[in-house]
Design a protein around this ligand. Structure first.
Ligand code: SF4
Length: 727
């Protein structure tokens, strides 16, 4: 029997066919009838059954019986688990208020709305996600600047783009589907510019590689703007008709001359000029989203702003081969969006104002979130923003409130398929914070370091055993859906049952008994039940028309692309992009650099693992057994380190070890460490916690609020470090 499912190992949710034999999934393969990607998938789908039947999967609800982290568990029923968790949450709410109950989710992948709904209906604004340092930052800034999130339409990139800028991402490893489209474009002469401190594969086949100092992306983008505006290379007609604040932008970027930007970034001025000219001349051009500008701390928001402005003033917005602006038209508009399910409006203004860090980092707090979202309604084809993706409490403030009780106590935390001990920085502080709680409950697929210190651990159903209706309406113009291939194994349940079960016990309103009932409700306007939709339609996409702004303008307060942001002005932030030197660099802190002379960047990923996931999956781990740190051969030699040696990386916060991989294509002063490493094969009990402290680079990185982005609270993924060979 063949079942139409959707892969959920990443956000693309490719359509997949699962072969089921005698109730077992024996194979998964691409579904070429996928209305959107036509069967393009990555190699990771093959591990679907391996993950599904893995002997280490969580299969039953567990309650802690020993000390936290001791690894003593009692198997209990779902009802008992939900009753007891809800009972403790009720006590916390009665004693400290709903804001004392907090939550963190993982990457979400279609389930953000149920997580948000639970907290919104409960009355707590203290839920968060990695979105602050991954995409949600970019998406919110794109909407703020031109009223829409831009995205990459693979077909038009591969056939029509004349220039592709790979800025802070490594598509060969992290987005194979995009990488294939780029290679296809390259064969037709499309220019490729890479902005990255590593000579990645795209740089090897590309025209220009700008090897910039980590964290200086914002300065680089301002340098490009200086050249493009100074030399009159922008799209004059577009700028005149459709932008707001060009003259003030011109004045601002005049200070970022190629020579000055060269001094900041370390890239020769001639290369900065050449790249800016190449990008501006080769229209249509595209800068697909790259993760790194979201992760550079104090300059993050303004770097993303400058990149958004580059896209606009060069006339590349909403054109074939350029920056796709998803339009939700036709049948998609008949589908009820996730944002209507999450109930943000039911979180009272008084409770929104209590959001931790919300007064400091306003863009992702209620004032900024609402100012941005309000404009989306101006255009009838706009998507909507799911609040957990644009509305986040500050993790840095959250952990500190747990530890200090200031500005008020936080006593409980729900972890939704997340692993904060690996995902968040300043691991020691996060660990102390989570261990101080009255209640920590986790729902996940596998036991993780975070789950090990929890009071309750609930087993989640995976994408082969749960239905999916996939829509990220802000960022894309299609919806796909898949049924579950098989019934959940053992006592695994989908997370909707978890949040609904808890919510109902706490007096919340969840009118749909099961997840498929929610999807039936969402699809009602199309005249299909969820199952009919999967069987007969599978997916719908809006027509790909371009230059929609010629008729409707942009969904911003001025109706134009806001080069000068009136929203930032209203929030009290600089309305124009700028660069500031981060605190912990050799430039700003020479004393620190004397002891820690190298620059550490973290967060590099490989195709085998998505963030902290799947370290226990043999077929992936065999291909990539150890955490890696990439070091220039000269630097390695200077430290007596050879290829394959284990290497200590040390910062003022601690030290961890990773295996040396030699990388010639980088500055000798920069080392690049992989993130997300833990060792499921090791002991889970304290103090080891699956090797939490061994190779987890987030141990090394500070989340001091003053080092985070001043507008969103995003933390840096870089700092000064030193290295030595492990004996
Ligand atoms: S992991 Fe691969 S197959 Fe699965 S959704 Fe992502 S790109 Fe598609």
């Amino acid at each position: 029997m063949i079942k139409k499912v959707c892969c959920e190992f990443c956000h693309l949710n490719c359509c997949v066919l699962a072969t089921v034999d005698k109730g077992r999934v024996v194979k998964v393969r691409a579904d070429t009838s996928d209305p959107v990607r036509k069967g393009a998938v990555c190699a990771r789908i093959a591990i679907g059954p391996e993950v599904h039947y893995h002997p280490s999967r969580l299969n039953h609800p567990l309650k802690r019986t020993g000390a936290r982290g001791e690894g003593k568990w009692q198997q209990i029923s779902w009802d008992q688990a939900l009753d007891e968790i809800a009972g403790k949450l009720s006590e916390v709410r009665a004693k400290y208020g709903p804001e004392a109950i907090s939550g963190s989710k993982g990457t979400g992948r279609n389930r953000s709305w149920m997580f948000s709904r639970f907290f919104n209906l409960l009355g707590s604004p203290n839920y968060t996600s990695p979105g602050i340092i991954c995409r949600c930052n970019t998406a919110t800034i794109n909407v703020l600047t031109y009223g829409a999130d831009t995205n990459t339409r693979l077909a038009s990139l591969s056939t029509s783009a004349r220039c592709i800028v790979v800025w802070g991402s490594n598509p060969t490893e992290t987005s194979p589907v995009l990488w294939e489209a780029m290679k296809k474009a390259r064969k037709t002469g499309t220019k490729i510019i890479v902005v990255d401190p590593r000579r990645i594969e795209a740089a090897r086949i590309g025209d220009l590689w700008l090897n910039l100092r980590p964290q200086t992306d914002g300065a680089m983008a301002l340098g490009w703007l200086n050249v493009i505006i100074g030399e009159g290379l922008y799209d004059r007609d577009f700028v005149e008709k459709y932008t707001h604040g060009f003259d003030r932008l011109r004045e601002r970027v005049a200070a970022y001359t190629p020579d000055r930007v060269s001094g900041i970034t370390g890239v020769p001025a001639g290369q900065i000029i050449e790249a800016a000219r190449m990008y501006a001349a080769a229209r249509p051009a595209i800068i697909p989203w790259g993760l790194k500008p979201d992760q550079i701390g104090v300059n993050s928001t303004q770097a993303c702003r400058s990149i958004a402005i580059l896209r606009a003033i060069t006339g590349n917005l909403d054109v074939e081969g350029g920056e796709s602006v998803p339009a939700l038209t036709g049948d998609i508009r008949k589908i009820i969006p996730d944002s209507e399910l999450e109930g943000y409006e039911r979180l009272s203004p008084q409770q929104r104002d209590k959001q931790l860090g919300g007064g400091k980092y306003k863009l992702l707090a209620s004032s900024g979130y609402e100012a941005v979202v309000e404009n989306l309604a101006k255009l009838d084809y706009s998507g909507t923003m799911v609040s957990a993706n644009g509305f986040n409490c500050s993790p840095a403030y959250l952990w500190r409130a747990m530890l200090t009780g200031k500005p008020y106590p936080v006593k409980a935390h729900i972890v939704h398929a997340n692993n904060p001990l690996l995902q968040a920085t300043n691991t020691r502080l996060v660990y102390d914070a989570l261990k101080s709680l009255d209640l920590l409950a986790v729902i996940d697929y596998f036991m993780t370091p975070t789950a090990m210190i929890a009071d309750y651990v609930l087993p989640a159903a995976d994408w082969l055993e749960r239905p999916i209706l996939s829509r990220f309406e802000l960022s894309r113009n299609f919806v796909v859906a898949g049924v579950k291939a098989v019934e959940p194994e053992f006592e695994r349940r989908n997370d909707y049952d978890f949040f609904r079960g808890l919510g109902i016990r706490l007096g919340e309103d969840w009118p749909w008994p099961a997840l498929e009932d929610v999807f039936d409700y969402q699809l009602k306007g199309l005249g299909y039940t969820f199952r009919e939709f999967v069987e007969k339609v599978r997916g719908v996409a809006s027509a790909g028309d371009y230059r929609k702004y010629e008729k409707s303008g942009f969904a911003t307060p001025t109706g134009k692309v806001e080069l000068y942001s009136t929203i930032f002005e209203g929030l009290g932030y600089d309305p124009l992009p700028a660069y500031q030197e981060p605190r912990d660099t050799a430039v700003a802190s020479p004393g620190l650099a004397a002891s820690y002379p190298l620059i550490l960047t973290t967060g590099f990923r490989t195709r085998y693992f998505y963030h902290t996931e799947h370290r226990q999956i043999k077929s992936m781990r065999d291909k990539h057994p150890d955490p890696l740190v990439q070091i220039h051969p000269a630097t390695a030699k200077e430290h007596g380190i050879a290829l394959g040696d284990w290497v200590w990386i040390e910062t003022p916060l601690g030290k961890v070890k990773l295996r040396c991989e030699l990388l010639r294509g980088t500055d000798p002063k920069v080392v690049h460490a992989q993130n997300g490493w833990w060792f499921p094969e090791q002991a889970g009990e304290e103090p080891n916690l699956f090797g939490l402290w061994q190779s987890n680079v987030n141990v090394l990185i500070d989340d001091d609020p003053e080092k985070c982005d001043p507008i969103t609270g995003g933390w840096p993924h870089m700092c000064q470090c030193r290295i030595s060979k492990v004996d």
